[in-house]
Design a protein around this ligand. Structure first.
Ligand SMILES: Cc1cc2nc3c(=O)[nH]c(=O)nc-3n(C[C@H](O)[C@H](O)[C@H](O)COP(=O)(O)OP(=O)(O)OC[C@H]3O[C@@H](n4cnc5c(N)ncnc54)[C@H](O)[C@@H]3O)c2cc1C
Length: 400
């Protein structure tokens, strides 16, 4: 017979969303359990992405008024201190948005002025504190060559964002989790939630070996969040799974290419980007396609896309010789038809005390503020949270 456990808050999923929320909740007097079907932390979407932390240009261009923009912009100033507190690698690489001609230049000018309005103008909705953001600047061909000597002559300059950073997302998720564990959060691995009942005022989450009864449930199951919400009729959102393919290149090339380099795609929906990682490798891609989420196969055409993009930027480098691996990941796109993605962070009207989380693009970048947003939501719905007096920042191992 199944073992029973009671808790105040249960979080389904130990990706970047579940672990960052767990860490924030560990600041309060609550019992919290994180339930993960895999045997470790951050092994799904958190492990299969481009590792970029939007620190400037990218997040400033997100649509004002969305949670996507709010969480990313509010996370910008939190990252450096978080990396210090939780002792994970946080590397500022800077981004170069390449300019081929006046069409690119005009587009970037428009994006930059919108960015200014959304978070740098003192009247903007989410003002970034002074000192945590270096303004972007346009650079000419000579300055571009100084930063990336092997860049193609095709590009006449770039919009330079010195803020952009990279992290190792599974390492960050592990850091959140270890700190949450040190502050009393419990983790259950190899535990897949398959069924959910409502028993009086609690949800009963059922796996093959254990049943967890909890007043509040946070559904942070990543690309499976829709299926989990369906189990309790709490799906008030929809998304399309997008498959992204990324190629990893060795650290020999990481010695040559030091910045994120990207160009705006023309006549194609695939991203064209290459960027260093914290351990000096490079990630290139991203071939994007709508697909069944069970289809994780790496296709030759998607690898070819990453190599062609890299060669377009750096024609003299033989990228094929430096491939270490290729992988696919899935992101949840909530508005693929308009292109304006937004996160889902909410309690469905008909299912109180159930919170759905869907991140999708830039979800890692938004994680420092995510838990705070969930705390705001719990307060709004009358859940009394009392701060612990002995919250500590010490990390301890939680995986076994
Ligand atoms: C190609 C690509 C590139 C990207 N690049 C970036 C980038 O550069 N920067 C950035 O900020 N973001 C990027 N993203 C987005 C980012 O990867 C996601 O927003 C983020 O990883 C989502 O984290 P999550 O915790 O919601 O999901 P996951 O990390 O997938 O976590 C969900 C967890 O829930 C568990 N789970 C699911 N079902 C159950 C169940 N029934 N029972 C128990 N556990 C369950 C899963 O095993 C998993 O561990 C990219 C995404 C893709 C696809």
């Amino acid at each position: 017979m199944n073992q029973f456990v009671d808790t105040d808050i249960a979080i389904i999923g130990a990706g970047i969303a579940g672990t960052s929320i767990a860490r924030e909740l560990s600041k309060y007097d609550l019992s919290v359990i994180v339930i993960e079907r895999k045997n470790g932390i951050g092994l799904e979407g958190t492990a299969t992405n481009h590792h970029l932390v939007c620190q400037g240009g990218d997040s400033l261009t997100f649509r004002p008024g969305t949670l996507h923009a709010e969480l990313n912009i509010k996370s910008i100033p939190l990252w450096p201190k978080l990396a210090e507190d939780l002792n994970f690698k946080f590397r500022r690489i800077g981004g170069l948005w390449l300019i081929r001609d006046n069409v690119d230049f005009n587009k970037f000018q428009k994006m930059y002025s919108r960015a200014f309005k959304s978070s740098l103008d003192p009247k903007s909705p989410y003002l970034i504190p002074e000192g945590s953001f270096i303004p972007l600047k346009f650079i000419d061909r000579k300055e571009l060559k100084d930063l990336e000597p092997e860049i193609s002559d095709e590009f006449i300059g770039a919009l330079y964002d010195p803020n952009l950073a990279t992290v190792d997302p599974p390492e960050v998720a592990k850091a959140y989790a270890e700190n949450a564990k040190a502050n009393g959060v419990n983790f259950l691995f190899n535990t897949e939630i398959k069924k959910i009942n409502k028993v009086l005022d609690k949800f009963e989450l059922i796996s093959d070996k254990i049943s967890i009864r909890s007043k509040v449930v946070i559904n942070a199951a990543g690309i499976e969040a829709d299926k989990i919400a369906e189990l309790v009729k709490a799906r008030d959102f929809s998304y399309v799974p997008f498959k992204g393919t990324i190629v990893e290149l060795d650290d020999e090339l990481g010695e040559k290419i030091k910045h994120e380099v990207l160009v705006l795609p023309r006549g194609s929906s695939h991203m064209q980007v290459i960027a260093p990682t914290v351990d000096n490798k490079l990630l290139a891609g991203i071939h994007l396609e709508m697909s069944y989420r069970s289809n994780r196969e790496v296709k030759d055409y998607a690898v070819k896309h990453a190599i062609n993009v890299s060669k377009k930027f750096f024609p003299k480098i033989q990228f094929e010789k430096h491939i270490t691996r290729s992988f696919t990941g899935f992101m949840a796109m909530t508005n693929p038809d308009t292109g304006w993605h937004d996160f889902v962070i909410g309690m469905p009207d008909l299912v109180p005390y159930w919170i759905n989380i869907v991140l999708g693009p830039a979800g890692v970048s938004a994680s420092p503020y995510l838990g705070k947003k969930v705390v705001e939501l719990l307060h709004k719905f009358g859940i009394n949270l009392v701060e612990k007096k002995n919250f500590s920042n010490v990390r301890k191992e939680v995986e076994s």
